[in-house]
Design a binder for this molecule. Sequence first.
Ligand SMILES: Cc1ncc(COP(=O)(O)O)c(C=O)c1O
Length: 384
Amino acid sequence: MHEPTARVRQADRSQIRVMFDRAAAADGDPVRLEVGEPDFDTPAHVVEAAAEAARSGATHYTSNAGLPETRRAISDAMADEYGVEHGVDEIVVTVGGMEALHLATLAVVGSGEELLYPGPAWPNYETQAVLADGRPVEVPLSAADGYALDAARLADRMGPDTAAVVLTTPSNPTGRVYDPDTVRAVVAAAADHDAYVIADDVYAALTYDREPRGVAALSDHPDHVLTVGSCSKTYAMTGWRLGWLAGDRSVLDRVVTIREATTACASSVAQHAAIAALTGPREPFEEMYEAYERRRDYVADRLAAMDGVSAPRPEGAFYAFLEPEVDAESLPFATYLLEDHGVVLAPGSGFGAAGEGRLRLSFANSMERLETGLDRLEAGIAAY
Ligand SMILES: Cc1ncc(COP(=O)(O)O)c(C=O)c1O
């Protein structure tokens, strides 16, 4: 049989997936706090709009960039919800935020060029850089600073080969919302190196203690920012696979051309669902937001009171990133927590070298399950 290519070999090593598979195969009723997606179903009015669109014949390819109505709805929502201003012709509708990130990386990171990201980071950036034949570079943030963005460290690491820097705020996995001035400084440094900032804003609407702001809204160089957004997290729509890329027309033109060879366009039905989510009633989404905020408070308070663990208070998204005071690497420790205590967390090593020794806990789960999961975590740390 033909051997996997070097790219495939390099891409295939997510420890989060390893843990997910172990949890799925486990006996009993483990509390699954490793999964990074909303536990809510898509609100009914969105589902109904999609069904109605399908019944009315919206079952064909759309233009590569997406339906004008969907792009209009995205343009308005970005401006209203996190202050990022783009015209309809500066927006491409994509198959989730993942395709937007993949297309942006393919479009701006050349062979052998660097894609930088502060670590710990969502592992897809590394894989996407590899698939683009670029070089992924994790720039570690300091746990002692609660994973605050460090503009000087990122700027120091930028050089002539740096093509792009990914900024994710709120962050998966740390739940950190980056300081606006620091974001501004990173974008300025990237612009100095003629590099792009790929702003992964998929969690922007899940910002708890301050006004949500997109990276481009904070920047003095918005022309150097490519914004990635998604319906997945804010509107509980992960399965619809609907996201977007917004930014410089010249980059978007390249993106629209290369996607012809892969997805061509996002699902027509999902694009209609997105219009309903972005322009319809807000109440179902406000209820979800409030539920995440209550859970954030509960999880943060429990972790703060727990012996043998430290964790910065999550400021956004639905993740707490914790450091258990145990002498163990994160994958074996997460496996122990599953096997001996029935609670599943994502190993921090799945988010790069800076995540080793840590665990990510997702609070996209009911209060009842969170309470049981945190009880089990507490018992597991105490007994280790
Ligand atoms: C940081 C981050 N960016 C982007 C995505 C992409 O999500 P989707 O493709 O569902 O929009 C995810 C999903 O987990 C994520 O955690």
